[in-house]
Design a protein around this ligand. Structure first.
Ligand code: AHM
Ligand code: MG
Length: 348
């Protein structure tokens, strides 16, 4: 299929034709995300020229300092979705409590979860950053929403995706029918289909983890990474290490080239660093739709029912074979295999 010239909006409309009952609201919502992220792209591209780099002096709900671009990106989503009629509640990494948009709640069917600027520590060094989003249907018509309505498992997502602000801006989304990527053509201001029906390789050649945390890693993580450093990745060489420090960038590489990304729990932070509702769950939806997997080590990410809005979760995500191998360490199977082999050597 010649995909040249298919815009994000047109692609969503074409996908929607397969659902005769669809009202077009989800398409409009995804197009609005496209608009918000175009505005963020403009700010990111000019960040070095205008007074937008640096910190605001405030700290967010997680105790991290808020960068100006974080605040700008968050505010852009609030502006775009205010009076949109689509989204009743916005839940963001940058906001301790959900933001209701009462003007939308009478007809808005959706709740939008988002991380407006992922990988913020890369901002000041012109490194890659991103935005992550997750869309849920509202459960009822309650104008104020309820915690119960927001604490939903990843498998209930209607659509999810991310935008990566790298050398180019790319939007990747799934609405449950495969994963599609669109590159922003800045000359016409449109996202054009560039990666149709993305499939993750069954196995990759890289692992991606912050190795500076080695001293606080638990045994399964240490054993797995030690193992990958020796294991032939299928190329005659062991696995290579790649780490950008921005989840969207590390995930995007893993999605296209295969391998595994990990932010596991450790001795200091048993639940790791990443947040379930607007980081792990949306990327898990994308990964699974592309043929990949996402787990905590012992549990499927999409099955977890959150108990807190900003809850953290260990994340292992990527190629199905690499994730399966990692699981063997976290469930103890791999260790037992090795021990069994040692014992059988001794008795041979
Ligand atoms: P952020 O959303 O506040 O930027 O934090 C999440 C980021 C992820 O993008 C990235 O994978 C991780 O934090 C990197 O953390 P670390 O510096 O501990 O490796
Ligand atoms: Mg983030």
């Amino acid at each position: 299929m010649n995909t040249k010239g298919i815009t994000l909006t047109r692609h969503i409309l074409l996908e929607q034709r397969a659902h005769p009952s669809a009202t077009g609201e989800l398409s409009t919502l995804l197009a609005q995300i496209g608009l918000a992220t175009k505005l963020i792209t403009r700010a990111v591209n000019r960040a070095g020229l205008v007074d937008i780099l640096g910190v605001t002096g405030a700290v967010n709900v997680h105790g991290e300092e808020v960068k100006r671009l974080d605040e700008y990106a968050n505010q852009t989503f609030l502006n775009v979705f205010g009076h949109s009629g689509l989204v009743c509640t916005l839940i963001s990494e940058e906001m301790e409590v959900p933001r209701h948009l009462p003007e939308n709640c009478s007809q808005g069917k959706y709740t939008l979860f988002f991380d407006p600027l992922d990988g913020s520590s890369n901002i000041d060094v012109n490194g890659t950053i991103g935005t992550i989003f997750s869309i849920h249907h509202r459960l009822n018509g309650d104008a104020h929403g309820t915690k119960q309505e927001w604490l939903r498992s990843g498998s209930e997502q209607v659509a999810a995706g991310y935008v990566i602000y790298g050398p180019g801006t790319l939007l990747v989304y799934t609405a449950g029918k495969g994963v599609h990527g669109f590159t922003l053509d800045p000359s016409i201001g449109e996202f054009l289909l560039s990666h149709e029906n993305i499939r993750i390789p069954a196995r990759g050649k890289t692992y991606s983890i912050n190795e500076g945390n080695y001293p606080v890693w638990q045994t399964p993580t240490r054993s797995l990474i030690d193992y990958l450093k020796e294991k032939d990745s299928g190329t005659g060489r062991p696995y290579s290490s790649r780490y950008v420090g921005a989840l969207v960038a590390d995930f995007h590489r893993t999605l296209l080239q295969g391998g595994i990304f990990l932010y596991p729990g450790d001795m200091k932070n048993p639940q790791g660093k990443l947040r379930l509702l607007y980081e792990a769950a949306p990327l898990a939806f994308v990964a699974e739709q592309a043929g990949g997997r996402a787990v905590t080590g012992t549990e499927r990410i999409m099955d977890i029912r959150p108990t807190e809005l900003h809850q953290r979760v260990p994340l292992l995500i990527g190629s199905p074979e690499d994730v399966a191998l990692a699981e063997e360490f976290y469930t103890g199977r791999k260790k037992r295999d090795r021990e069994r082999r040692k014992t059988s050597h001794r008795t041979d």
